[in-house]
Design a binder for this molecule. Structure first.
Ligand code: LLP
Length: 421
């Protein structure tokens, strides 16, 4: 459920007409709903009620400071994967003890920054990382709390580019080697083992892969405890999918996911951490765009809109489906016609949808890409020298620009000309 609904024939973001925002900031732009962000965060928090837990928002999904501050004020922890993300979390007021640091390639500089500023735990992904982390912690006179990310070799049954839990993926250490690696970790003076970490992929639409992975983590917890390790925290990653197409069956709900966690892992008495990103931000954001031209092609009509693959890369990169709806509500029973919906970028890959049924549209009409809040703005670029588009946040009947559109001069002047020119 989200807060982007038609009212009196027009699409609203909470209590603000989308067309009003478009008139104020120009198109294209992203708009986020505060109520939806908070609702989704709380669904996870409530799903784990009765178990000691922390919901660490995976901010890679959407990391505008206004989004982070909204979630931080609601009590969220954060999952970060770079120094930039760590510093964003701190700037949003998240204390170090609520930040977990994931990622396969943490640099010495990033490790130092997090140790210095405070960190709940590093989710260590390899033996070389473990050695470097211990050495840096020792040098700084600190002890780094760690979990080790295990790769359970489970098929997440999602798009290949976002599956992470199979042995051929670069993530984690093979679960079969976990006991040896934990023994090494325990012997390193700069580390304190606090738990186990697992994350098998993103946009999972079934619970079964989670269950398979978590059952392996439960077994490993018991083995590691028997080996003398104090396993008191389980970080279960993110990955719960969202409904992208209204016509498809909805994926499992956070409550189902929470119940699964309690059923499979509850008896261990561990504190549970989860790292949802997409489910919190995905349906809390729209990408709003304007039709530039309607072009008649050979046997097909193209809707050329002012957003492009540089603004929302998911369709080009993952063949992802986003529902695209007109901002003026179509009259009931209005006939639809198929359009190829494309952006202005000079690549055929700049196609958002093929033969998508839409009511007849004309130049100047506004359309909204739904489910664009996660992995939308954060993955955008200035390809074709199209400046990054603004982000707007709505709360009730108020809206605010939370990242403004840069001017063309700002974009051009970021470059410097060598002296010899
Ligand atoms: N934790 C870790 C260690 C992760 O790598 C990820 C996502 C998450 C949590 C959050 O997963 P979520 O709850 O959002 O599924 N750009 C792709 C998605 C990449 C996901 C990467 N890792 C997309 O647009 O579909």
């Amino acid at each position: 459920m989200d807060h982007f609904l038609y009212r009196d024939g027009a699409l609203y973001a909470e209590d603000v007409p989308v067309a009003e925002i478009a008139a104020a900031v120009g198109t294209p732009f992203y708009v986020y709903s505060t109520a939806t962000l908070l609702r989704h965060f709380r669904l996870f928090d409530e799903a784990l009620e009765g178990t000691e837990h922390l919901v660490c928002y995976a901010m890679k999904a959407a990391s505008n400071q206004a989004i982070l501050t909204t979630l931080a004020q609601a009590g969220a922890g954060m999952d970060v994967v770079s120094m930039g993300e760590y510093l964003r979390a701190r700037a949003a007021g998240v204390p170090g003890e609520k930040i977990v640091f994931s990622g396969v390639g943490k640099t010495a500089e990033e490790i130092r920054c997090a140790l210095d500023g405070g960190i709940r735990q590093f989710n260590v992904e390899s033996e070389p990382e473990m050695e470097v982390l211990s050495a840096i912690a020792q040098e700084m006179g600190k002890v780094a709390p760690i979990t080790i990310r295990v790769n359970p070799d489970v098929d997440a049954r999602t798009h290949a580019k976002i599956a992470t839990g199979k042995s051929e993926n670069k993530f984690g250490i093979p679960i079969a080697r976990a006991r040896a690696v934990y023994a090494r970790a325990a012997a390193l003076p700069g580390l304190e083992v606090v738990g186990i970490d697992v994350h098998i992929g993103s946009q999972l639409t079934e619970l079964e892969p989670f269950e398979l992975a978590y059952a392996k983590v439960a077994e490993l917890t018991e083995q590691l405890r028997a080996d003398g390790h104090d396993i008191r925290r389980l970080d279960l990653g993110g990955g719960l999918g969202i409904p992208y197409a209204r016509s498809n069956a909805a994926p499992p709900l956070p409550t189902d996911y929470g119940n699964l966690i309690k059923r499979v892992l509850g008896h261990l008495g561990c504190e549970i951490e989860i790292e949802p990103g997409r489910l919190i931000a995905g349906n809390a954001g729209l990408l709003v765009s304007k039709v530039i031209y309607v072009k008649e092609g050979e046997g097909r009509d193209f809707l050329i809109v002012d957003a492009a693959m540089n603004d929302l890369i998911r369709p080009a990169m993952y063949e992802a489906h986003h529902d695209i709806v007109p901002v003026i509500e179509p009259a009931p029973g209005v006939e639809e016609q198929p359009y190829d919906i494309v952006g202005p970028v000079c690549e055929s890959g700049d196609t958002f949808a093929r033969q998508r049924g839409m009511p007849a549209l004309a130049a100047g009409d506004l359309v909204a890409f739904r489910s664009a809040g996660a992995y939308g703005a954060v993955m955008s670029s200035e390809y074709n020298s199209r400046p990054l588009i603004p982000e707007v946040m709505v709360k009730g009947d108020q809206f605010a620009v939370i990242r403004r559109r840069p001017t063309f001069d700002e974009m051009i002047n970021r470059d410097t000309i060598p002296e010899w020119l």
